[in-house]
Design a protein around this ligand. Structure first.
Ligand code: NDP
Ligand code: GDR
Length: 319
């Protein structure tokens, strides 16, 4: 039975990836950090089938011990401070978790399980102020947030350990991916949750920042499949994962409010404090390499995704 260790298993992607690997017959290990209240909401249904290890990306000893105990064939490094807006509030911590944390994980792999295949959760935020459209594995990086800068570091150190130590270290450059399990602070889920809450009479307004930002939004379930495929490939590499479709935040609002049967113009207000010090205006990826080498393609388009999230929030809030 192959074994895998997932860091960030309590997050959106971690929970879907754990489900996928369990379905495939893996012995699944998850790295969790201690909190005064446990955050296992996304994993409750899988809890008995996963072995948990307490560790933190800031603590090298704990990473080494977790890997030694798990003896993984595959390591998926998903843990990070992942909310771009907060990276301006906690820039140093973001660099430590999201940037240097990758080096700590790679060092722990090198020390305990150098044969293991390593996946790094890189991000389209690395492209930032885009220098070409659509973005591919060869597009230069120009990050626009402390988070983006930290992810560029994480990406380059992954490539460097691949080249320096011959590790099977792969970097997945994933564009935004969403689901009913998305954190409530990210814009798609904030919109679908509020649309549903307004419909149920539990909120009366939705405050947003920049409605003109454009993103390439895909479905998280499709994207964790791509992570797994990358580690089954015959060699480590970098892959862009995206839908190739670009929409504005305003489009997302329109679809979500349409799904719940409301006119969005009556409820949405602009709050300038939600606008970012430096914005990423547009991102749209070309996943041609992943299609060609991994056979990966998205199954869910933008409109289907936002509608399924809005319906899930209507159900959630009806309970
Ligand atoms: P989430 O924010 O949902 O999950 C982040 C996870 O990281 C949580 O499990 C969190 O644990 C854990 N974590 C944070 N800090 C630490 C730490 N110091 N030590 C150990 N664990 C920590 O993110 P997603 O699931 O959406 O994303 C997964 C990864 O993919 C992240 O690295 C993200 O930056 C990256 N990414 C995400 C994209 C997306 O659109 N979703 C696109 C591209 C990249 P806890 O529950 O304890 O807070
Ligand atoms: P992003 O996602 O920054 O792309 O990072 P987010 O959903 O936070 O923002 C997307 C765009 O929407 C605009 N926006 C708002 N965003 C939020 N969160 N809240 C608002 O009220 C709001 N109003 C407008 C933002 O300005 C932005 O342009 C996500 C994360 O998952 C990262 O971890 C990941 O690396 C990237 O996607 C790819």
């Amino acid at each position: 039975m192959p074994s895998a260790l997932i860091t960030g298993i309590t997050g959106q992607d971690g929970s879907y990836l754990a489900e996928l690997l369990l379905e495939k017959g893996y012995d699944v290990h998850g790295m969790v950090r201690r909190a005064s209240t446990e955050k296992f909401d996304r994993l409750e249904h899988l809890r008995d089938r996963i072995t948990f290890h307490q560790a933190d990306l800031l603590d090298q000893r704990s990473l080494v011990d977790a890997l030694r105990a798990a003896k993984p064939d595959e390591v998926y490094n998903l843990a990070a401070m992942s909310f771009v807006a907060v990276s301006w509030i906690q820039p140093t911590l973001t660099a430590e978790f999201t940037g240097v944390g990758v080096t700590r994980m790679l060092e722990a792999v090198r020390e305990t399980c150098p044969e293991a295949r390593f996946y790094q959760a890189s991000s389209s935020e690395m492209f930032g102020k885009v220098l070409e459209t659509p973005q591919t594995e060869r597009t230069p990086f120009y990050p626009r947030s402390p988070y983006g800068v930290a992810k560029v570091y994480g990406h380059h150190i992954t490539v460097n350990y691949r080249e320096s130590y011959d590790l099977f270290a792969t970097s997945g450059i994933l564009f935004n991916h969403e689901s009913p399990r998305r954190g409530l602070e990210f814009v798609t889920r904030k919109i679908t949750w509020h649309a549903a809450a307004i419909k149920h009479g539990r909120r009366d307004k939705l405050q947003l920042g920049n409605l003109d930002a454009r993103r390439d939004w895909g479905y998280a379930k499709d994207y964790v499949e791509a992570m797994w495929l990358m580690l089954q490939h015959d060699r480590p590499d970098d892959f862009v994962i995206a839908t190739g479709e670009m929409h504005t935040v305003r489009d997302c609002v329109q679809v979500a409010f349409d799904e719940v049967g409301l006119e969005w113009e009556r409820y949405v207000e602009i709050d300038d404090s939600l606008k970012r010090p430096a914005e990423v205006d547009l991102l749209v990826g070309d996943a041609g390499k992943a299609k060609q080498l991994l056979g990966w393609e998205p199954t869910t388009n933008f409109e289907q995704l936002i509608r399924l999230m809005a319906r899930a929030d209507l159900d959630l809030l009806a309970k």
